[in-house]
Design a binder for this molecule. Structure first.
Ligand SMILES: [Zn+2]
Length: 303
């Protein structure tokens, strides 16, 4: 399971105490994976999870007298929710690819089988034609042998002998061709069997994968709904001017980020360095400060 999906599932499982399919496995998988993750990365992921979890539990409230910092915080929380919705949507968009790959494989195998069958038919056609040729040659040989009994001279006898020899060579050639065709059929049938086995396996995989994906899609749709409701709840309390700016920035940003944290002295959206004085201002949270380069709203929490 992909980390994004696992994370999303975990959050919702924890918050709503619900038992989603494979919940235990997800937890276990996460624990095992944790061992290989660098400690710093792990902490960051946990912080993000905790934050989203906290946000989903909160009922957003704001009053006209609240400081800018409070508004920025709400806006940032909306960003966390919306980013998670983006993640889920991207993930769900990728899931059907696995089914498509299996379907393509199946079509490929079916084409291969039908091509093999055409080749087998062709070889069988050669065999029956050659068998007819042999029968004809044999009939001719019998006829010539009969005629040899009533020849008037040696020349006639020799001429018939040559015809008989020619037909015998024809028979040899046909027998060789039949043998070749039989070998070919044997090979083709073996590869037909093999391909059929692979086809059956893929068909079984496809059924299982489709069921699995339907479940995952249904679950992520549930998660998305919960997140969307929370996002709407938040957006109702934020002042429209700020919300418009947020939505506009989000629409124009490739990664859907409008509010970003300062990370390692740089903008978390475009990664350009932020001058120290500006960083101080951002930290104070007295006013809305956009990134000089990308225009995203910058925040910096002490936590
Ligand atoms: Zn920036």
């Amino acid at each position: 399971m992909r980390p994004v999906y696992r994370a999303a599932l975990l959050i919702l499982c924890n918050i709503f105490n619900c038992k989603l399919v494979g919940y235990k496995n997800i937890n276990m998988a996460k624990k095992t994976e944790k061992k290989v993750v660098a400690p710093q990365e792990e902490n960051k992921a946990d912080v993000k999870l905790d934050r989203l979890q906290q946000i989903l539990k909160t009922t957003p409230q704001i009053s006209a007298n609240d400081p800018v910092e409070r508004k920025l915080r709400l806006l940032y929380e909306i960003q966390v929710i919306d980013s998670e919705i983006d993640n889920i949507r991207t993930l769900r968009g990728e899931l059907p690819n696995e089914v498509r790959t299996l379907e393509d494989d199946i079509i490929g195998f079916e084409t291969r089988i039908s091509n093999i069958q055409v080749e087998i038919k062709k070889a069988e056609g050669i065999i029956s034609q050659r068998k007819l040729d042999i029968a004809n040659s044999n009939a001719l040989i019998s006829k010539y042998e009969e005629q040899q009994k009533n020849v008037r001279n040696n020349r006639e006898f020799e001429s018939l002998s040559k015809e008989i020899e020619f037909q015998s060579l024809e028979i040899e050639l046909s027998e060789k061709k039949i043998k070749e065709a039989e070998e070919l059929i044997k090979d083709k049938k073996a590869s037909e069997e093999e391909t059929k086995k692979m086809l059956e396996e893929r068909k079984k995989d496809l059924v299982a994968k489709k069921q699995e994906l339907e479940k995952i899609i249904a679950n992520t749709e549930k998660e998305e709904l919960v997140l969307k409701e929370k996002s709407t709840e938040y957006k109702q309390v934020i002042e429209p001017r700020l919300l418009n700016a947020y939505e506009r920035l989000r629409k124009n940003a490739r990664n859907g980020l409008a509010v970003v944290e300062v990370k390692r002295d740089a903008c978390g959206g475009c990664f350009n360095k932020i001058p120290p004085q500006r960083q101080v201002d951002i930290k104070m949270g007295k006013r809305l400060i956009p990134c000089e380069y990308c225009g995203r709203i910058l925040v910096n929490w002490d936590e």
